[in-house]
Design a protein around this ligand. Structure first.
Ligand code: SAM
Length: 248
C-alpha cells in the first residue's frame, strides 16, 4: 500500500449543481420527469424541496448513520434496519418502484423515525445530506456494471466516490462492497489497496462482528452458483488527508 499523500479531496461547493448519473437532475432518467412525486415521511426530495437538506442534516446528526447505495428490492436494507436498531439509515435508489417499496416497508416495520430514502443518484447529494465524519458504514452491493467502455465513467465506485465516502465516514467507519462481476471487483480492490486512508477490514461483518444480511442479488447468485466477491475497508483514525499515495 502506498502511503504518501498531500492533497485533501474537497467536497463540491454547496451551491454546485446537482449533476446525476446521466447528467442533469440526479433523480431523473429519460421519460421519468413527468412521474408523480413520491410523498412520504421517509422520502427525501431535495430537488423539489431544497430546504429539506438542512432538515435531513439535522436528522442524521442524531446518528449513528448507515448508508446504502442502490438498495434495489431492499432485502439488505430491511434486514439491516431491523438488525441495527441503534442506527439511522439513508438509502439511495434511482428506480422509483424500489423507493415506493421502501416506503411500504417503513410503514409496516414502524421505522419511519430511523429511515430516509432518496430517489437519486447518490453522488450529487452525499456531501449535502451528510456531515463530514458522520457515517459509520457505507454499503454498495452489486452496483450496475456498466459494461460498455464508453459507459465506464458511470460506474458508481470510482476515485471520486471513494473520496466522498472517505469524507462522510467516521474514523473507524466501514465501506462494504460486493459484486459478482470479477472485473469490477478487481478494479475496486486495486483502488482501495492503493489508498492509504483506509485499511482492510473483515468483509461481510459489521463493527460488532455480526454477519451482514444478504441482498436480493446475492441470494440469487447463491441459488445459481454465481461467484460473489466482497471486501470491506475501514477509514483509518489517523488517516492522511489525501486519497492516493503517488503525490510528492
Ligand atoms: C444490480 S442492482 C443491485 C440491487 C441490490 N443492491 C442487490 O444487491 O440486490 C443495482 C441497483 O442500484 C441502483 N443504482 C444504480 N446506480 C445507482 C446510483 N448511482 N445511485 C443509487 N442507486 C443506483 C439500480 O437502480 C439498481 O436497483
Amino acid at each position: 500500500m502506498l502511503t504518501t499523500a498531500t492533497v485533501d479531496a474537497a467536497a463540491p461547493a454547496a451551491n454546485a449543481p446537482f449533476h446525476g448519473l446521466i447528467g442533469g437532475r440526479g433523480e431523473l432518467r429519460v421519460g421519468r420527469a413527468k412521474a408523480p412525486r413520491l410523498v412520504h415521511p421517509v422520502v427525501l426530495d431535495p430537488y423539489e424541496h431544497p430546504a429539506s437538506v438542512d432538515a435531513a442534516r439535522a436528522f442524521f446528526a442524531r446518528g449513528p448513520v448507515e448508508l446504502e447505495v442502490g438498495f434495489g428490492r431492499g432485502r439488505f436494507l430491511k434486514e439491516r434496519v431491523t438488525q441495527a436498531t441503534d442506527a439511522l439509515f439513508l438509502a439511495f435508489e434511482v428506480r422509483r418502484m424500489w423507493i415506493a417499496r421502501a416506503m411500504r416497508f417503513a410503514d409496516r416495520a414502524h421505522v419511519t423515525d430511523r429511515l430516509r430514502v432518496c430517489l437519486s443518484d447518490c453522488r450529487p447529494l452525499l456531501d449535502r445530506l451528510l456531515a463530514p465524519g458522520s457515517v459509520r458504514a457505507v454499503y454498495v452491493f452489486f452496483p450496475d456494471p456498466w459494461w460498455k467502455k464508453r459507459h465506464e465513467k458511470r460506474r458508481l465506485v470510482s476515485e471520486s466516490t471513494l473520496d466522498a465516502f472517505h469524507r462522510i465516514l467516521t474514523p473507524g467507519g466501514l465501506f462494504h462492497f460486493r459484486t459478482d462481476v470479477a472485473e469490477y471487483y478487481d478494479r475496486v480492490a486495486a483502488l482501495v489497496s492503493a489508498d492509504a486512508r483506509f485499511v482492510a477490514a473483515p468483509p461481510e461483518h459489521d463493527a460488532d462482528g455480526r454477519a451482514l444480511p444478504l441482498t436480493d442479488r446475492m441470494s440469487k447468485c447463491q441459488e445459481l452458483g454465481i461467484r460473489v466477491q466482497s471486501l470491506a475497508i475501514m477509514k483509518r483514525a489517523d488517516a492522511p488527508a489525501a486519497p492516493r499515495g503517488d503525490l510528492p
